[in-house]
Design a protein around this ligand. Structure first.
Ligand SMILES: Cc1ncc(C[n+]2csc(CCOP(=O)(O)OP(=O)(O)O)c2C)c(N)n1
Ligand SMILES: [Mg+2]
Length: 205
């Protein structure tokens, strides 16, 4: 997030399905600004797909037509699957957690919008460039979790490493990075973010 950007969650209540309605409301309030919604496939199937019809009705009235709906397609209600794992010690009750696959990006095309599909991590950057340059609202569908078939177990902790690495390489202050990651010891920050040795030599004692 950069200064001047606005963001919202579902009022802090974690209600599923706020993404597309809030994004549409954002475009109504600020038709000149780019809006991005980040959705799970469960939320998208619950009400997100319906709101896309309303978006297809109004987008031509907006001075800036950019509205990107990122859908993470993991065929899973994953947050609840994780609650199962934590509370029951094991997870995924097939009958409640599994949700059907759906071609979200192709549904966008059906509505006269743009659909972009990511089924390979190497495509992420180019797909976002394409979405941000589009002349109409976009559904950016990305395979995620087990659907993505990464070939290795992705643990949430890896996100910390990836985030630290990205921030470090963008030149963010190492002490700020340490505070952000909550490390007691700067050496952990250095290791986690794989900083170049010349950037952290002053911290080794
Ligand atoms: C209205 C509502 N119903 C149910 C829930 C419980 N709930 C929280 S997260 C979640 C699953 C979300 O699945 P998805 O949108 O696919 O995201 P994922 O966790 O898979 O990334 C559910 C059912 C909720 N928070 N709000
Ligand atoms: Mg999901």
């Amino acid at each position: 997030m950069r200064r001047g950007m606005k963001a919202s969650l579902s009022g802090g209540l974690a209600s599923l399905g706020a993404g597309t309605p809030y994004a549409l409301a954002g475009k109504m309030a600020y038709p000149d600004r780019t809006v991005i919604a980040c959705m799970g496939d469960g939320a998208m199937q619950m009400n997100g797909l319906n709101v896309m019809i309303t978006i297809s009705k109004y987008w031509k009235q907006w001075s800036n037509p950019r509205l990107i709906v990122l859908v993470l397609n993991n065929r899973d209600l994953n947050q609840v699957t994780w609650e199962e794992r934590i509370q029951l010690g094991s997870g995924r009750t097939e009958s409640t957690q599994s949700i059907p696959d759906f071609a979200y990006h192709r549904y966008a095309e059906l509505l006269g919008l743009k659909g972009i599909f990511i089924d390979n991590p190497d495509r992420v950057g180019a797909a976002w460039d394409e979405a941000l340059a589009a002349d109409r609202p976009v559904i950016l569908e990305a395979y995620a979790g087990e659907t993505a078939k990464l070939g290795f177990k992705a643990h949430p902790h890896m996100l910390r490493h990836a985030c630290g690495y990205a921030l470090a390489n963008k030149g963010h202050d190492t002490r700020a990075l340490q505070a952000y990651l909550g490390h007691k010891n700067i050496q952990h920050t250095v290791r986690y973010s794989e900083l170049a040795p010349d950037r952290f030599k002053d911290f080794w004692r």
